[in-house]
Design a binder for this molecule. Sequence first.
Ligand SMILES: [Zn+2]
Length: 327
Amino acid sequence: MTISRRDFVLGASALVAGAGFAPAAIARSKPLTDILSWDRLTDHTQAVVNLALGGNSLAIASGDEVLVVDSKFTYLGPALREDAMKLGQSVSLLNTHHHGDHTGGNNAFVGKGSSYAHPNAISRIKTMAELFMGDAQGAVMRAKRDLDGNERAMELAMQVAENAQTQKVDDFVPTSPVDHGDTIRIGELELDIHHFGSGHTDNDIVVQLKSENIIHTGDLVFAGLHPFYLPAGGATAKGWIESLEQVLKLCDDETVVVPGHGAVGGKEVVENMKSYHEQLVDVVQGEINKGTSKEDAQQMSWPFMDGLQFEQIKGRAIGAVYDELKG
Ligand SMILES: [Zn+2]
């Protein structure tokens, strides 16, 4: 029996994601600080995969340079930066989209190195001062709850909370717009930037490191989870399905796929997400045809949803697709 590189990766991260909260007992190939648990995915990449800690962050390092993809919540930004600094002295940041569980920690990075996002994400992040303020003010409570009162995490969270009153939204806004077809160089590595139009938001970026056959999809993929729908941010089922069709073209049978949330997988996690949306459109259209109200449809469930986590956002997805199909 041969175990491919991808099977090895998937075996390790499936354990972690299945557990939800990453238990300390699972051995890590490369521990950085004792706050965040990193899974080594390829020679130059490692990820923090933990449902409780916001979007999955990926660190891509080469030479003295490191790019952090997504910054989780504000109280985790300093820990992410501390870890990144151990991989390389020149640290840059990329946001896959504007949502606060991927951009909350931006202020630990912006102004201290390059920072990248889609132009629409940059515009939207400029309007999120209040969200970042609340996130910073709640830092100590979050660190206590989500990181079990880890001493260093509490210290960093206290600093975040103390600085909440003086933080400015500009501290969170990436300064370098990137769009489809752009590339970013990190040491000797070249990253390809993809944007396939509106899907999960109107500013989704997929990052691809071709030399190691790995992609970070942002929230175009929720693995083993219901997807988060916020139409005000540009989410549509139609656009989401079209974007995922394009993401699949980046994948072969060995591709390592880092989703926005949930376990790292292969191209099947992209296929599963696409299938979820296609089936959701079908069943919701069926209910509309039968005259079912939106409220009643939101209470329903179908076999393709069995076993998925994030149950609390299922009704939101159904309602958003209901509205979209009704036009
Ligand atoms: Zn999102």
